[in-house]
Write a protein that binds this ligand. Structure first.
Ligand code: GTP
Ligand code: MG
Length: 452
């Protein structure tokens, strides 16, 4: 067919915010799932992706999103762990997301990861809206299941309304402190110069029609040019996670942000050593509205167009790194694509020295964020790698000359059981945390203690 939705790319929407402010619940409400409930301690550990088709968006949004007004195919939502810096995801040096939803719990207002998220959005110039979540917890709230916010407001007592407004003004004040002018979204005329604040509840669905309406409107109005790319060209993506799948070995969960990928395509992927050149054996697509992290039933497909979350099965993916680029070679020269991937990796590379600590992190981006934090704290790095703590890391750490450097700092990684044994045998100390600044602080305290 030649309809426009065939040529426009799906916008990528990142959902960011502090731990427990309701990012996954908000997506659960939109896609009709219960991913948050299945998570250990309701904490998201990895970045996920969900394709929500236009049909679902307009069903949820009712009269606020009429499908005939839009020629975007839908939205690709990226769920992120609140404890984790979102700088872990990029595309060609820029931000992976076209637009973002900053989720803020109205009871908690701004928290460290809220500010971290805003810093990242500011730095990458990503337009965003604020979802002021958990409005149902306002004392005296009279819930209006799934209704637009205006209707929900009308059903509230004067007292409940002013209680909520007070909290919303607090968020608007915090945004202003960070250099953004913002207002209730229905008062915003120009969403490029003003941040729209949308009161929502992921529990009752109130305000979600508004949130989707604003997102679709913004994408259609301001980003149509960016969406009108050549989606038929060779695909580009970013690795979310490297996962073992029964029958396939190591596979990649990827966000394809540009172009098309086919089964059988030659691809180049950023690896722990050299770029990996391999051939796509199978493309496994989650069903619409399914979170790629938790999906069990993938459809085997011949091709996928951007933007999409896709699992790629191919030989030799064991050394692929989360956060690394994936490129379809297409009719280009393979060496040229390898150089492109190398150049992009070099951009993220961490500087190491002759003497220093060993750092392990779950993705390239978090490794980079760790390296920046350590540099600020004037802690030298001997080796920095993506992956779980392995015996060889202990061996490397034990070669440090200074006792204060005989450590491994692990960010959001596991410790392999044989590495535990090595740690016991050597004088290497392991620090683990899933919040970067806490990890660095713990280490600094240890060094201070040592020097006392
Ligand atoms: P991380 O992934 O750990 O960063 O958390 P998150 O932001 O994804 O939060 P999540 O969706 O897991 O929600 C955290 C808790 O808040 C859960 O217990 C949810 O049930 C609850 N919650 C989320 N949204 C709402 C809401 O709108 N109203 C109420 N009452 N509770 C909510
Ligand atoms: Mg979550």
């Amino acid at each position: 067919s030649t309809s426009q939705s065939d040529t426009l790319r799906t916008p990528i929407v990142a959902v960011l915010g502090h731990v427990d402010h309701g990012k996954t619940s908000l997506l659960d409400k939109i896609r009709g799932s219960a991913v948050s409930e299945g998570e250990a301690g309701a904490i998201t550990q990895h970045i996920g992706a969900t394709a929500v088709p236009l049909d679902t968006v307009s069903q949820m949004a009712g009269s606020l999103v009429k499908p005939e007004d839009f020629d975007l195919p839908g939205l690709l939502f990226i769920d992120t762990p609140g404890h984790h810096s979102f700088s872990t995801l990029r595309s060609r040096g820029g931000a992976l997301a076209d637009i973002a939803i900053l989720v803020v719990d109205v009871n908690d207002s701004f928290q460290p990861q809220t500010e971290e998220a805003i810093d990242i959005l500011k730095r990458t110039g990503t337009p965003f809206i604020v979802a002021a979540n958990k409005i149902d917890t306002t004392p005296g709230w009279n819930p209006q299941e799934g209704e637009p916010i205006q209707k929900s407001y009308e059903a509230q007592s004067q007292r409940a309304r002013s209680k909520l407004d007070e909290k919303l003004y607090e968020i608007i004040g915090e945004l202003s402190d960070m250099g953004f002018s913002s207002d209730f979204y229905w008062r915003v005329q120009n969403f490029q110069s003003n941040i729209g604040v949308v009161p929502v509840s992921a529990l009752t669905g109130e305000g979600i029609p508004d949130l989707l309406g604003v997102l679709m409107g913004l994408s259609q109005r301001y980003m149509k040019d960016e969406m009108a790319i050549d989606v038929a060209g060779p695909g580009s993506g970013t690795v979310l996670e490297v996962k073992e799948e029964r029958g396939f070995g190591a596979t990649l969960d990827v966000v394809l942000y540009d172009g098309t990928i086919h089964a059988g395509d030659t691809i180049v992927v950023g690896g722990a050593n050299d770029p990996i050149v391999t051939e796509v054996r199978a493309l496994l697509q989650p069903r619409p509205n399914a979170e790629i992290r938790t999906e069990k039933r993938f459809d085997k497909v011949d091709e996928v167009r951007a933007a999409a979350g896709i699992k790629i099965a191919a030989p030799d993916l064991e050394d692929a790194m989360a956060g690394a680029p994936v490129r379809v070679v297409g009719d280009r020269d393979t060496d040229e694509v390898i150089r492109e991937v190398e150049a992009e990796l070099a951009d993220i590379e961490v500087t190491t020295e002759e003497e220093g600590v060993v750092v392990k992190a779950d993705t390239l981006g978090s490794l980079e964020a760790m390296a920046n934090a350590l540099q600020e704290a004037e802690v030298p790095i001997l080796r920095a790698e993506v992956g779980d703590v392995a015996p060889r890391d202990v061996a490397v750490a034990s070669t440090a000359r200074e006792p204060e450097h005989e450590v491994i700092l692990g960010f959001n990684v596991d410790v392999l059981s044989n590495a535990e044994d090595e740690l016991d045998k050597n004088d290497v100390k392991l620090f683990e945390d899933d919040v970067i600044y806490q990890l660095v602080d713990e280490y600094k305290e240890y060094v201070d203690e040592m020097k006392r």
